[in-house]
Every structure is written in structure tokens, then in C-alpha cells.
Ligand binder design. Sequence first.
Ligand SMILES: N[C@@H](CCC(=O)N[C@@H](CS)C(=O)NCC(=O)O)C(=O)O
Length: 218
Amino acid sequence: MATAVKVYGPPISTAVSRVLVCLLEKDVEFQLISVNMSKGEHKKPDFLKIQPFGQVPAFEDEDISLFESRAICRYVCEKYADKGNRGLYGTNPLAKASIDQWLEAEGQSFNPPTSTLVFQLAFAPKMKIKQDQGLIKQSEGKLAKVLDVYDKRLGETQFLAGHDFSLADLSHLPNTQYLVGATEKGELFTSRKNVARWWAEISSRDSWKKVLDMQKSV
Ligand SMILES: N[C@@H](CCC(=O)N[C@@H](CS)C(=O)NCC(=O)O)C(=O)O
């Protein structure tokens, strides 16, 4: 019998929650293992054996370990192709390439400004770190340009990679949730008609609601 895969890290981490929502979509049993980041557990030698950069998440499936949330999600979709949402990472080369294209757009274009904004606006105040207003303004400008591209695309197709919800959409959930739910920058999303429609749809998936519940229960 297959054992549950292991995810190391707190569910409030954007990268950890990306992996959790993927596992829930794929209906893959998992065990969430706590890593006390305020005590620096993610920088300890034992943890560095599975995540050499000292970041969360780390992931184990039987005797293999992986890091980088998007790589873990791709692995989960391929390894557990027959479980849960079978179309999450496409079922033919073109569908996969289209999903990869938008997944890369998320990682390369969307993530840099949004992760900066999430840190500056949602985490820095709680950590009593001074906000960098210049960086916030610059990131907001970069994000607006990315969202203009998304708004055009989402006026043509229901989801980023086509007619079906995919890993590409899923990967946007963590950062967008913080920006819409915990900062005053949600308007960047809600003021763009097609992006707003897309966000309402992807954020109301049961898998994501379960991740939000996990975040609240920590
Ligand atoms: N690209 C990595 C990013 C991982 C990452 O930045 N994790 C953050 C939490 S969301 C972290 O561990 N920060 C602590 C640190 O860098 O020391 C991924 O997607 O897995």
C-alpha cells in the first residue's frame, strides 16, 4: 500500500500552500510536517539534506525527496496521473506545453512582483520590518503590466491555459490570496474584469478552501 507523501513547512507559506492545493486537487494522501521557521529549523543540517537552500517546502515520497514548489507539483501530477483531477497538468503534449507556458509566466513574471508585495505589505508589518515604499511602487507597476496581459488572455479563454482549470491557474492562488485578502492592493485584480472573474472562480475551489482552513487552524 502506498504511504502518504510528506510535505515539510507551514501552510501559511505561499510555496507550501501551492503544493498542498495541488495534492488536494490530485487527491493524494499527505502528511504535513511542521517546520518551526522562527526557531530556524529550516536552516538546520537535517533539513538542508532535503532542501539545500534552507527554504520550505521540502517534499518526500517514499525514498525520494524534492524541493521547489512548482517542480513538486509537476511531479505529483505525473506520478499520480490517474488520481483526482486528471487534467490538472494536461493529457497531451500541447496541453502540457500550454500549461507550462503559463506556469513559467507565473514563476518568471507574476511571482517576482507579487512575492515582493506579499512580503512588504502582509508580512513586513507583522515582523516589524520597515516597508520599502519605492520597491512597493515599482512592484505594483510591474504587476499591473502582467495583469493587463492576463486580462486580455482571460477575455479569450476561461482559464490561463485554455478551457480547463490547470496547474497554471493553481500556481497563482497563494500570492493572489494574500494580495486580495490581506492587503489594499486587491483592486489590481478586482478592477480587471476578466482577471476578477477568473480569481472568483479559481479561489472558490474546494481544494483551495481546504488550504485556507489549514492556514486558519495553525
Ligand atoms: N522557489 C521556492 C521558494 C521557496 C521560498 O521562498 N520559501 C519561503 C517561504 S514561502 C522560505 O522558506 N523562506 C525562508 C527563507 O528563505 O529563509 C519554491 O517555490 O519552493
